[in-house]
Design a binder for this molecule. Structure first.
Ligand code: FHN
Length: 587
């Protein structure tokens, strides 16, 4: 049940009066005790649609004949467009093909359970009818329609939850907000004035004029203090106690965690969270960005998020006419078709109890495992260590067909057809009784490559795990976790493998090792015994320069839990920055 112990403030005065007379009182008074809103619906939703729609769609990444690759919604800042000039975009913004009902029907068909739309991005333009600033879609454009109102009404009609993205710190239109250092002098900034006179009044409008708001999706909490973040959370809950706030309100607040852009977790996160990706690379529509993720890649993102206990929110930047690009229409629809047949394994499903499986992902419900096979075993045999349970039934979720499954020595063995029943990803539902005891090790199979990531390693000595990020285009963040810091022969990273049967594997090391230094030599040990020595090659100096180097072959001579460790061969001044190890079956 969701607690409703805070009563929304009635709007009986004009906003101007409220701000003149009540602000000092509201700012100084203690917020009413709040019960945190329930995240239950969010955790069950699993899949959300993000929409970055705004004036930036019009230039779509091109300004005065120059191409700005990457995030189109940052165009004003990247091209240092003066406010007065940027405002002119509004006079041409006329998305006459916008059809909120069609958007929401599309979202439903594609399997999204909530939508979050930009109501005001960093450029400061309100996509709703705001009385606080005329820099809004109704007062400032020939379109004159309230995009957010139409979407809110359509969501209500179709039973779709709706959240509002609102850039609380950056507002390049305002001298007192953060971000515009080409028009304004940041030293003269009065941030609290901006909070009081634009940010909070606009939030109040959003929270009082558009019905139930599921999420207030704050973003880029730059330079904001904890007290200011808290003000915003309290402000939201004062009007809508059930509205969730994203962690990007800043300073560790917010009811759920929005991960970094374009970043997936490798381990289960014990807190409601959302991974966020765009369909291509820009969040807003860009004429230049054709780097779309295909349906299979989208499904990987969804299942990688779900199997670690969180949601995926996937973004479209609508075109300036108010429609979606055909690629998004087609690709999201295909994922939606898959979800129609397999949604039981996604919506409301819990995280995997396994560290990792090499063929796909696992999600769970009470007394059921859902095995998402993104790769299909060539010989039709699949094993899953699963102690402590009795299988009641195993079947393909989409086709409902049953299969042969035996349970021996704590392992389930599935006999599967030669080809996957569902090309995109076949789900096997395993219903069981008992208490599942999943191995705390990575499965090493004779039919699949297994990748050992730093997040699953135990490091010893000076070796430690870290993370780097970089951009190829502006704003398209890429991440690499790695093991680094190892310099002595006793420093190491170790993975535990659950091995099905003895076998030989190619070893591919993916690492970064800048040129201009002596080659690094390392050793791979199996169960502590020397298995392979290797020498590094230079990879290039940029942190994005990782090289997948096949360094040799190892034999694993027994089944059961086996350790694989890597160390420098001898004490040295440098060693590789290791992104992952891939073991590829030799035969
Ligand atoms: O700067 C924004 C960006 O434009 C986009 O809105 C993303 C979405 O998560 N958030 C910020 C960068 O993290």
């Amino acid at each position: 049940m969701i607690a409703k112990n805070s009563i929304p403030m009635k709007k009986s005065f004009s906003i101007a009066l409220i701000w003149t007379f009540l602000v000092p009182y509201l700012v100084n008074s203690q917020p009413a005790a709040q019960t945190a809103p329930s995240t239950q619906w969010f955790e069950e939703a699993s899949y959300g649609l993000f929409l970055h729609f705004g004036l930036y769609a019009l230039p779509g990444g091109v300004w005065q004949g120059k191409n700005y690759y990457g995030c189109s919604e940052w165009l004003q800042r990247r091209a240092r467009i003066p406010v007065a000039e940027y405002e002119q975009l509004a006079t041409a913004f006329n998305p006459t093909a916008y059809d909120a009902d069609a958007w929401v029907r599309f979202a439903k068909d594609c399997g999204f359970k909530y939508i979050v739309i930009t109501t005001k991005h960093h450029d400061g333009f309100a996509m709703f009818h705001s009385k606080v600033s005329t820099f809004n879609i109704v007062d400032g454009t020939p379109f004159k329609r309230d995009v957010i109102k139409e979407l809110a009404d359509a969501c209500k009609r179709h039973g779709m939850k709706l959240g509002f993205y609102y850039s609380q710190s950056q507002d390049w239109h305002e001298a007192d907000a953060i971000g515009n250092d080409w028009d304004f002098d940041s030293k003269a900034r009065n941030f609290q004035k901006y909070l009081d006179e634009k940010c909070k009044p606009q939030l109040e409008e959003l929270l009082t004029n558009y019905g139930d708001v599921a999420i207030l999706w704050f973003d880029t909490p730059q330079e904001i203090t904890k007290a200011e973040s808290q003000q915003l959370v309290d402000w939201v809950h004062q009007f809508q106690p059930n509205c969730l706030t994203s962690s990007r309100v800043g300073n560790g607040l917010g009811e759920y965690l929005a991960l970094q852009d374009h970043n997936l977790p490798r381990n289960t996160i014990d807190r409601p969270f959302e991974a966020l990706f765009t369909h291509n690379e820009s969040w807003g529509y860009s004429q230049l960005d054709k780097n779309f993720r295909n349906p299979r890649e989208i499904l990987h993102l969804l299942l990688a998020s779900n199997s670690r206990g969180g949601n995926l929110i996937l973004n479209i930047g609508p075109k300036p006419d108010g429609t979606f690009q055909q690629e998004s229409w087609d690709d999201f629809t295909k994922v939606g078709e898959w979800l129609r047949a397999n949604g039981e394994a996604v919506y409301g499903a819990g995280p995997s109890p396994y560290l990792d499986v090499p063929w796909g992902y696992i999600t769970t419900k009470p007394d059921a495992l859902y095995l998402h096979l993104m790769e299909w075993p060539e010989d039709g045999r699949l094993r899953l260590p699963a102690k402590g349970i009795t299988v009641k039934e195993a079947s393909f979720l989409a086709s409902r067909g049953e299969m042969s499954v035996t349970h021996q020595h704590g392992e389930l063995l599935f006999e599967l057809p030669a080809t996957a029943p569902d090309g995109l990803c076949t789900v096997i539902k395993v219903q069981y009784s008992g208490e599942l005891d999943a191995p705390d090790a990575l499965l090493l199979e004779r039919q699949f490559a297994t990748t050992l990531y730093p997040e699953w390693a135990t490091t010893g000595g000076n070796a430690s795990t870290g993370k780097e990020r970089w951009m190829e285009e502006f704003g398209d963040w890429h991440y690499a976790t790695f093991v680094d810091g190892w310099r002595s022969a006793t420093d190491q990273a170790t993975w535990t493998l659950n091995v099905a049967q003895p076998g030989k594997y190619h070893v591919l090391l993916n690492y970064h090792y800048p040129s201009g230094q002596p080659s690094a030599e390392g050793v791979i040990r199996i169960d502590g015994a020397h298995a392979l020595s290797f020498q590094s090659a230079p990879t290039g100096d940029q942190i994005r320069n990782f090289y997948e180097h096949r360094v040799g072959t190892i034999a694993i001579g027994r089944s059961g839990d086996v350790t694989l460790s890597i160390s420098p061969l001898a004490d040295a001044s440098t060693f590789i920055k290791l992104q992952h190890v891939k073991l590829v079956p030799y035969e």
